[in-house]
Design a protein around this ligand. Structure first.
Ligand SMILES: Cc1ncc(C[n+]2csc(CCOP(=O)(O)OP(=O)(O)O)c2C)c(N)n1
Ligand SMILES: [Mg+2]
Length: 565
C-alpha cells in the first residue's frame, strides 16, 4: 500500500502492472498525455499503431493468444470510433480486452465539447461493461473490476473512458491486488447426466469452440474424446482447439462446411457442444442444429449461464469454463463406445476426400493452384505456426486445406471482420517472436489495415503476409452472381502494386503468378523474416474466376441465370 501522491495516469499505469500487463497497443491523443507520461517510465511496451482499427485488432489478437485482456489506448471521438471494429470483434469472439479512451475533461462534460461522445451509449451493445472513471482515487477499484469482467465467465471487451482532468489529479490511494478470472465448474451430477446421455447415444459428436481454452484444457478434452472414441469437430474459426492431424478430428463446422460433415451434424443423435455459442456461422443459419429446440439431443457447455438456454434449449446445460469442464470430462469413466467405434474413421475419410485437390485446379487447369500453395505452405512451416486471416473467400483456402496444429495456431475473427488478418499477424509475432506467423489477406482485406505494415517494420515483427489479389471484393461478387447474375456492381478493385508497396514500407515484396514460383518465394520470405525480423509480403496474382474451391464465378452465374429462366 502506498500513500504517496500520484497522478491519475500514474495510478492507472501502476494498476496495469499489478494486473500483469506487459504490452499495450494504441494511437496517442492529447486527451491522455498523463498516461503516456506514466508509460514512459514503466516496463510496459506500448506499441504505437497507425490507425485505431489496427490497434484494437492487435489488442484483440493479444487477448486471443494469451487469455489475458488485450490493452488498447485511443483518444476521444475519432479515436474511439475507429477502434469500434476491434471491440465488436472481441465481443463476438468472446475475447478479453480493455479499451481505454481519453475523454473530455469533467469541467466541459456534456456540452458536446471537442470530440465528446458518451461512451456508455456508443459502446453499450458491444462491450461487457462500459463506464467512465470520474475520480482518480477510484482508479484501482475500476481497473480491478475491468480485469475481472473482461476475463470471467464469457470473456469480452470492457471500455473505460478517462476524463483528461481526472488523469492529472494528484491522489494518495492504495493499490489493489491482481485480478483472478472466475469460471464456473460442472457439478458432478451434471457429468453423470452427460455420461448417461452419451451411453445411450448411437451417433454422438463432440463440437468444440469458444473462449477460455488453454493447452491443459485442450489436452484434457483430447483424453475425454479418446477414451470415448468420439468424432471431434471444431466450430467456425476455432479450428485449433483439437489437433487437426489427430485420427478423431473430422473437420470444421463453419462457412463452406463439408456437406458430409453437415449431414453428420444433422443426423447425430447427441451433440456435446463444448464452448461454442452455436452462432449463425457454426449452425449454417440455425439449420444444422435447429433453434430453439434441436432435433439432436444437445449438451451445451458454455462459460456464461446467460448464454445457455438463450438460443438453444439444450437438454443438459452446463455453465463451465473450458479448463474446469475439460478437467472433469478427462476423469469421467468412459462409456461403452462400440456403437460408434468406426464413425470417427469414416468421418475422417470424408474429411480427407474433402481436402483433395479440387477439380478446378486438376491437370494444371490454373496457372496458380491455390490448393497446392496451401500444401507447400504446410510442408515449409513448423506445426506451431500461427495462421491469421480476416474475412473474404481467400480465407477458405486456409480453413479447408490447412491442417491447424495445437492451440493457438489460428487467429481469425468469428465476427467476420475484414482488416483483422494483418494486425492480428503482427500482434502474434510481437507476443511470440519465436513462432512463424503467416497472414492470409485478400486484396480487399489487406487494404483495410495494410498501414500496420509500418508498425510491423517499426517493431520488427517478421510476419509473412500472403495477399490474394483477385482484383475484387470476391465474396460479395460471388453473392452478386448468385442473386443478380451478370450484374457486377461495386465489387471491382483497381489495386496498387502490393509487392512494391511492401518494399516501400521496409518489408520484402514479391509477386507470384505460377504454382511453381510459390515455394521458392515462400522459402525466401521465411529466410528474410528469420534473418532480419522484418515482414515479408507475397502477392498472388490469379484469375478471379477461381472464386471457391468448388465453383468458378462463370459456373455460379450460369447456374443462377438458368434458375431464373
Ligand atoms: C469491415 C468489413 N467490411 C465489409 C465486409 C463485407 N465483406 C465480406 S467479405 C468482403 C470481400 C473481401 O474481399 P477480399 O479481401 O478481396 O477477399 P476475396 O473475397 O476477394 O477473396 C466484404 C466486402 C466485412 N465482412 N467486413
Ligand atoms: Mg479479393
Amino acid at each position: 500500500m502506498t500513500h504517496l501522491s500520484r497522478s491519475g495516469g500514474q495510478i492507472l499505469v501502476d494498476a496495469l502492472r499489478i494486473h500483469g500487463v506487459d504490452t499495450a497497443f494504441g494511437v496517442p491523443g492529447e486527451s491522455y498525455l498523463d498516461v503516456l507520461n506514466a508509460l514512459h517510465d514503466s516496463n510496459i511496451e506500448f506499441i504505437i499503431n497507425r490507425q485505431e482499427g489496427g490497434a484494437a485488432f492487435m489488442a484483440e489478437a493479444y487477448g486471443k493468444m494469451t487469455g489475458k485482456p488485450g490493452i488498447c489506448f485511443v483518444t476521444r471521438g475519432p479515436g474511439a470510433t475507429n477502434a469500434a471494429i476491434g471491440v465488436h470483434t472481441a465481443y463476438q469472439d468472446s475475447t478479453p480486452m480493455i479499451l481505454f479512451i481519453g475523454q473530455v475533461g469533467l469541467d466541459f462534460m456534456d456540452r458536446e465539447a471537442f470530440q465528446e461522445i458518451d461512451y456508455r451509449r456508443m459502446y453499450g451493445q458491444m462491450a461487457k461493461w462500459v463506464t467512465q472513471i470520474d475520480r482518480a482515487e477510484r482508479i484501482p477499484e475500476y481497473i480491478a473490476r475491468a480485469f475481472q469482467i473482461a476475463t470471467s465467465g464469457r470473456p469480452g471487451p470492457v471500455v473505460l473512458a478517462l476524463p483528461e482532468d481526472m488523469l492529472i489529479e494528484m491522489k494518495a490511494v492504495a493499490d489493489t491486488g491482481a485480478y483472478q478470472a472466475v469460471q464456473a465448474s460442472p457439478a458432478a451430477a451434471q457429468i453423470d447426466q452427460l455420461r448417461t446421455m452419451l451411453a445411450a447415444a448411437k451417433r454422438p459428436l463432440l463440437l468444440l469452440g469458444g473462449a477460455t481454452w488453454n493447452a491443459q484444457a485442450c489436452s484434457d478434452v483430447k483424453r475425454f474424446a479418446e477414451a470415448n472414441r468420439l468424432p471431434v469437430a471444431c466450430a467456425f474459426r476455432f479450428q485449433d482447439l483439437f489437433d487437426n492431424a489427430h485420427p478423431q478430428y473430422i473437420g470444421d463446422v463453419g462457412i463452406g462446411i463439408n456437406p458430409k460433415l453437415a449431414a453428420r451434424v444433422r443426423e447425430a443423435d447427441l451433440i456435446i457442444a463444448f464452448g461454442p455459442r452455436l452462432g449463425e456461422m457454426t449452425t449454417s443459419g440455425y439449420s444444422l442444429i435447429e433453434a430453439p429446440l434441436p432435433r439432436q439431443r444437445l449438451v451445451h457447455i458454455h462459460p456464461d449461464p446467460q448464454e445457455l438456454g438463450s438460443v438453444y434449449q439444450a437438454e443438459l446445460m452446463i455453465a463451465s469454463g473450458a479448463p474446469q469442464g475439460a478437467g472433469m470430462l478427462a476423469h469421467m469413466d468412459p462409456v461403452d463406445s462400440s456403437a460408434w467405434a468406426g464413425s470417427a474413421n469414416q468421418a475422417r475419410a470424408e474429411l480427407a476426400a474433402w481436402q483433395q485437390q479440387p477439380p478446378i485446379f486438376q491437370d494444371g487447369a490454373a496457372p496458380l493452384d491455390l490448393w497446392q500453395l496451401v500444401r507447400d505452405l504446410q510442408a515449409a512451416v513448423p506445426a506451431d505456426t500461427i495462421i491469421t486471416n480476416g474475412a473474404g473467400n481467400y480465407a477458405t483456402w486456409a480453413h479447408r486445406f490447412y491442417s491447424y496444429g495445437p492451440m493457438r495456431t489460428q487467429l481469425a475473427p468469428t465476427s467476420g471482420a475484414m482488416g483483422y488478418g494483418v494486425p492480428a499477424g503482427i500482434a502474434a509475432k510481437i507476443v511470440d517472436p519465436a513462432r512463424t506467423v503467416v497472414t492470409f489477406a485478400g486484396d480487399g482485406e489487406f487494404m483495410m489495415n495494410g498501414q500496420e505494415l509500418a508498425t510491423a517494420v517499426q517493431y520488427r515483427a517478421g510476419v509473412i503476409i500472403i495477399v490474394f489479389n483477385n482484383g475484387m471484393f470476391g465474396t460479395i461478387r460471388m453473392h452478386q452472381e448468385k442473386n443478380y447474375p451478370g450484374r457486377v456492381s461495386g465489387t471491382g478493385l483497381h489495386n496498387p502494386d502490393f509487392a512494391a508497396l511492401a518494399v516501400a514500407y521496409g518489408a520484402s515484396g514479391e509477386v507470384v503468378e505460377t504454382t511453381a514460383a510459390f515455394a521458392p518465394a515462400l522459402a525466401r520470405a521465411l529466410e528474410h523474416t528469420r534473418s532480419t525480423s522484418l515482414p515479408a509480403l507475397i502477392e498472388l496474382r490469379y484469375d478471379g474466376n477461381l472464386i471457391t474451391p468448388g465453383a468458378t464465378l462463370d459456373a455460379i452465374r450460369a447456374a443462377a441465370q438458368k434458375a431464373q429462366q
